[in-house]
Design a binder for this molecule. Structure first.
Ligand code: ARG
Length: 456
């Protein structure tokens, strides 16, 4: 069949080229945005006297019906159509005849596709924000439930200083809170209307872009028509924000995977979020966390892919830009899926308080506290650091931990040390005394919880 754009050419395309050119397999998900945009466009055309109000009414009610029919399954989207825009317009014209052909006045697919994508991604930012909030709530819930559980804190994955498990959970909550911020900032630049930029240069008709934008819930309009149809910065920005969401999810997943190993045994994931092995009956594998870690790569790839597609494109629309959607949609789907799984996985995981504490007792994590103790007694920190280091070396050699080294032996290293040292190096004290702003004490964690509460 000849294309709707048959003009200079007969509109007959080589079969292979036709299917190569088609984007319906991935842009059909924008049917609702396409129809909503077209309804606003018809209303604007009629308000401006460009088409009659009777024509607008019949276009709008037919579009409404098309939307309903797609949603009910009565109207199947034709997989052979060129794209969702052509499909909707074709059905419209089949249903109401010549009046349907008036819809595309003062518009091009170039501003239409930019509009649809912006509307789609605007909705997405709202959905993903809800999911991010759910995850922050799950992390916050675990922090509240286990507020004073002590675990080892690491640098270089070596035991460093004891921290509260709640503090650890909130570190991730802070990251996801920033993601919410970033996405809300990106939404501002998504929410600008390109419709009315037309093919590239604007239109000879007396359109009202402001009214059409307002009708569609946009904050403002793209001020340069060439930019309006060429700009995909909002997709890049969103992909970048989503890449960071995945970075955070992947780091969290990695911790869950490590923590649920035999070596750590800090947590147990609920059966709902683990799988077994087809051969080893004892297995409980953290597949969901591994998948989140693994899927991070494809989101990064989508970001890099789009940047590369856009690089070197002259203004204005080029067909290369049709390549924007698959990657963006894939990233949106991936992030939504990963967040939806991670929030309940965090919520339902069990904490092994004993293992965490046992592990925290190893590795001389209170050595800094021993040094700080000596500083309070009057020794300069560098000297105190040396004494503490020497005591640790001695403990390793003699099979002691700082907590069970007799005070008489301590005093061979420094006579400043007396019985009160045990209180100073108790893990609880170590954590409690780190009450500096943002530190790991319960008091500080409570402040963080209050901040989160307010932000949510
Ligand atoms: N399917 C196209 C896309 O996704 C729609 C815009 C086509 N415009 C054009 N002049 N061929 O980019």
């Amino acid at each position: 069949m000849a294309k709707m754009w048959a003009g200079r050419t007969a509109g007959e395309v080589n079969k292979l080229a036709d299917s190569f050119n088609s984007s319906i397999s991935f842009d059909s998900r924008m049917y609702k945005q396409d129809i909503t945009g077209s309804m606003a466009h018809a209303a604007m055309l009629s308000a401006q006297g460009i088409i009659s109000s009777d024509d607008a009414d019949s276009i709008i009610s037919a579009l409404k019906q098309i939307l309903q029919d797609i949603e009910s399954g009565k109207l199947k989207i034709d997989p052979k159509a060129e794209d969702i825009h052509m499909f909707v317009e074709q059905v419209l014209t089949e249903r109401i005849g010549d009046t349907g052909k008036k819809l595309h006045t003062a518009r091009s697919r170039n501003d239409q596709v930019a509009l649809d994508l912006r509307l789609y991604l605007r909705d997405f930012t709202d959905e993903v924000t809800v999911l991010l909030k759910d995850l922050v709530k799950a992390l916050k819930g675990q922090a509240e439930k286990n507020i004073d559980v002590i675990m080892p804190g690491y640098t270089h994955l070596q035991h460093a200083q004891p921290v509260l498990f709640s503090h650890y959970m909130l570190a991730y909550a802070m990251m996801f809170l920033r993601d919410i911020d970033r996405i809300s900032d990106c939404r501002k630049r998504i929410n600008v209307s390109p419709i009315g930029c037309c093919a590239l240069a604007g239109t000879t008709f007396d359109t009202d872009r402001q009214a059409e934008a307002k009708e569609l819930g946009f904050d403002s309009v793209c001020l340069n028509s060439l930019d309006g149809v060429s700009d995909r910065d909002f997709c890049v920005e969103l992909l970048s924000a989503l890449s960071l969401v995945m970075t955070h999810l992947s780091r969290l997943s990695e911790e869950l995977i490590l923590w649920s190993s035999q070596e750590f045994s800090f947590i147990e994931l609920s059966d709902d979020f683990t799988t077994g092995s087809s051969i080893m009956p004892q297995k409980k594998n953290p597949d969901m966390a591994e998948l989140c870690r693994g899927k991070t790569g494809r989101v990064y790839g989508n970001l890099m892919g789009l940047l590369t597609t856009l690089k070197g494109l002259p203004l204005a629309y080029n067909k290369d830009m049709q390549e924007d959607k698959e990657g963006v949609f894939d990233a949106c789907d991936t992030v939504k899926m990963c967040l939806s799984v991670t929030a309940p996985m965090i919520k339902s995981m069990k904490i092994n308080e004993k293992s965490m504490l046992e592990s925290a007792r190893k590795g001389f994590m209170n050595a800094t506290d021993l040094a700080d103790y000596l500083v309070v007694k009057g020794l300069p920190f560098r000297d105190a650091y040396k004494v503490s280091g020497a005591v640790v070396a001695y403990c390793i050699q003699s099979g002691h931990i700082l907590e069970d080294l007799p005070v008489s032996e301590y005093r061979r290293f420094s006579t400043l040390i007396s019985d009160d040292v045990y209180q100073a190096i108790d893990l609880k004290t170590c954590v409690q005394r780190r009450s500096s702003e943002g530190g790991t004490s319960v008091e500080s964690v409570k402040k963080q919880l209050a901040y989160l509460e307010e932000k949510l």
